[in-house]
Design a protein around this ligand. Structure first.
Ligand SMILES: [Zn+2]
Length: 434
């Protein structure tokens, strides 16, 4: 596509400035009234008030050249009565599954516990069955559908985890499905290996043997440098994640897995503190990009997050869907100076939503984040959680042209109108460059 000029946005949220946002800077969205953005070759070329951007010599040359027919035409998108912001960065999702978990949903409503749900044929085992019985192509189709749904709600960058295969073969299939879907989607995908999601039933009596398999077989394979003609060098995953929790992996087992990740040159992130507290400092040496969930924290954990580079990623859609009354302590984290991100946790068991605006709404109403804090958490801080903040998460010259356009005049409408989709359009760098 040729150059594109967005003009007259009621509010253009640039999110320019420091990354990650911490403390009071989370409220600074860098708002430009009557804003404009010029996109060229998939990158943001100019940002500012419409009256200024249209006077930039480069823009004037494009506009007059187009009028004279001497340069490619500029597509102009009138954003009157629209809010324009960086596309959301959904930094925590589990999109590789075959079917929804309707037994869990109905049984949980009726008050059943985890064991009863499993006995009725629900629970994570049903997702394992679904993935193990599916082809890579079928899984990729499901992942693609999730990516499209996310984009429809304003998301342009997605972290996607494996974790419902839990054998060497099916974890690799899951990562290959993510890669296939990513190749067909216009947004950006960051793949994560979550072979340590739960201990699969085959290893129930010997979980350490499964940990050994993850460390000695799966991680080395995932970390191998590969090449393909179209995209050059790549690895099947950029991150290794582990579910450190009672009933999943102990802190000691989690440390072994994260150590193997680092040894093989992969970066780390951790599901931790969802049901019970684990001291975060136990993982400091692995420099996790993010620690996710964090329903259970103490003052030492919060003090550590206040100074660490690690992003605190909160997933309140899971609390909502499980019908919990308690939510992660977003206020204490933000007020202490931790960098907080928000993500959907898209998964079939506890958070079947692709909608970042819904997550923002729950963050405001149930975690008392301000609308501005929620937007910073879903854009620039999400980008920091994936270490892509140099390219994503704000609208600044030189960054990727990943943009969401909302049918709203004020950014606070994004979390305000819940249960409907006000996102009109997303623009991605790949659409613009392609
Ligand atoms: Zn998760």
């Amino acid at each position: 596509m040729g150059p594109t000029l967005l003009t007259h946005a009621s509010q253009l949220l640039t999110l320019r400035g420091p990354a990650p946002r911490r403390g009071t800077s989370m409220r600074d969205l860098g708002i430009v009234p009557d804003g404009a953005v010029l996109i060229q070759d998939g990158k943001i070329a100019a940002v500012g008030p419409t009256a200024e951007v249209t006077q930039v010599p480069q823009v004037r040359a494009l506009l007059s050249g187009a009028n004279l027919g001497t340069s490619p035409s500029v597509e102009e998108i009138d954003c009157t009565n629209r809010v324009v912001l960086p596309g959301f960065v959904d930094s925590h999702t589990h999109p590789v599954f075959a079917r929804p978990r309707l037994i869990d949903f109905e049984k949980r409503i009726a008050g059943a516990h985890y064991e009863e749900i499993a006995a009725a044929g629900g629970g994570i085992r049903s997702s394992l069955r679904g993935v193990r019985e599916s082809s890579v192509h079928q899984l990729a189709t499901a992942v693609m559908r999730a990516f499209h749904e996310m984009a429809a709600h304003g998301t342009t960058t997605v972290e996607a985890k494996s974790g419902y295969g839990l054998t060497y073969e099916h974890e690799i299939h899951s990562l290959e499905a993510i890669r296939l879907a990513a190749a067909q989607w216009d947004g950006t995908v960051v793949p994560t290996f979550l072979g340590a999601h739960v201990v699969p039933p085959e290893y129930r009596d010997n979980p350490d043997e499964y940990v050994q398999t993850v460390c000695d077989r799966m991680i080395p394979y995932v970390a191998e440098e590969r090449t393909d003609g179209a995209s050059g060098n790549y690895k099947l995953a950029r991150y290794v994640d582990v579910f450190c929790e009672r009933g999943a992996f102990s802190a000691e087992q989690s440390r072994r897995i994260l150590h193997a990740a680092v040894v093989h040159g992969l970066k780390t992130r951790i599901h931790v503190g969802q049901l019970t507290r684990t001291a975060l400092e136990l993982f400091a040496e692995f420099h996790p990009a993010s620690v996710d969930h964090l329903d259970h924290l103490n003052e030492a954990d919060i003090a550590w997050l206040a100074t660490a580079d690690t992003v605190a990623t909160l997933l309140p859609a899971a609390n909502y869907f499980l019908g919990l009354s308690a939510f992660p302590p977003a206020r204490r984290l933000i007020d202490s100076g931790a960098s907080v991100a928000l993500a959907t946790d898209y998964n079939p068991g506890t958070a079947p939503t692709a909608s970042m605006p819904f997550v923002l709404s729950v963050a405001c109403t149930h975690m008392k984040m301000s609308p501005a804090e929620a937007i910073a958490a879903a854009t620039i801080n999400g980008a920091c959680a994936l270490d892509v903040q140099h390219r994503k998460g704000s609208l600044e010259p030189g960054k990727d042209a990943d943009i969401a356009i909302f049918d709203a005049q004020d950014y606070r409408e994004i979390p305000y109108w819940f249960g409907v989709n006000r996102c009109l359009r997303t623009i991605t760098q790949r659409q613009m460059a392609g």
